[in-house]
Design a protein around this ligand. Structure first.
Ligand SMILES: [Zn+2]
Length: 275
């Protein structure tokens, strides 16, 4: 009796706040999975913005923010070519308050928070000796996670679990489990490993963004090979803990890099080529 009451309460609570969305259009690579959200895009973006501002202020205090002007310029140029391509997947992303900073750190890492708040760590650029095409592969992949709102999706999953625990707790008198959206946004974006599905989506959309921006989409293959090399040399990149790799990944990227190759060729030949 109790159990069925709980199940009923949980499904009612979830149904009330649950929304099925398609965060992006399919593009040439054809990503079309529907997603279930329990929290609004606006709430998640506002929290991300706050967290990002705090983190950048802390980096500034430690004198670790945008220290190498040439590096910053390089990263910002690449991002500024990638961002306009997001319109193919979601036109509203052009209105996001995109922001990019380079953090001085030995960590091999990069991320993009909901709403387009990005960081690239100097360790990634230096230890990988990343080319522009490879950096475009990293940032294209990160931007794709943000376009697909994978963080919002992960938070929604956590909330579903917490709601279940919370309702059960309330019924049994254990008390409510509070949640802090801001911490959750940072946690899922910076610390939690992405699912295989999320990774495949970010890989596929990422190569298309890079190709459309005039960066060789095959560089994504080199990028993952360089990451794997560092890993086997006993210097596991932090990036691999949030973007777990698998054997099939490179094969999938090879297929999709070929698929978007005509977009790359067209971008190279187009009026904005050589920028
Ligand atoms: Zn990823």
């Amino acid at each position: 009796m109790r159990i069925s009451l709980i199940a009923l309460a949980i499904s009612a609570a979830l149904a009330a706040g649950c929304q099925t969305v398609e965060t992006t259009k399919q593009g040439t690579v054809g990503v079309d999975r529907q997603q279930h959200m329990l929290v609004s895009e606006q709430e998640v973006e506002a929290s991300a913005q706050k967290q990002y501002a705090q983190m950048m202020a802390e980096a500034q205090k430690k004198n670790a923010l945008d220290r190498d002007a040439a590096q910053v310029q390089r990263v910002k140029t690449i991002v500024s070519r990638l961002v306009p391509q997001t319109v193919v997947f979601r036109p509203d992303a052009l209105k996001w308050a995109w922001e990019t900073h380079v953090l001085s750190s030995s960590e091999v890492n990069a991320w993009c928070m909901p709403g387009g708040k990005m960081a690239v760590y100097s360790g990634l650029i230096e230890k990988l000796q990343a080319t522009d095409d490879e950096l475009a592969a990293v940032m294209g992949h990160e931007i794709s996670h943000a376009l697909r709102e994978h963080s919002r999706e992960a938070i929604s999953r956590q909330m579903a679990t917490q709601t279940a625990v919370g309702i059960a707790g309330a019924l049994f008198g254990v008390g409510d489990l509070g949640q802090n959206l801001g911490n959750m946004v940072a946690d899922v974006t910076l610390n939690r490993p992405n699912s295989r599905t999320n990774e495949t989506e970010a890989d596929r959309i990422g190569v298309e963004l890079a190709a459309r921006a005039g960066y060789n989409p095959e560089a994504a293959i080199n990028l993952w090979q360089k990451m794997a090399k560092l890993n086997s040399a006993g210097q596991p990149p932090k990036w691999l803990s949030t973007h777990p790799s698998n054997e099939d990944r490179i094969k999938d990227i090879q297929v999709y890099a070929q698929k978007v190759m005509p977009l790359y060729t067209a971008a190279k030949a187009g009026p904005s080529a050589g920028k």
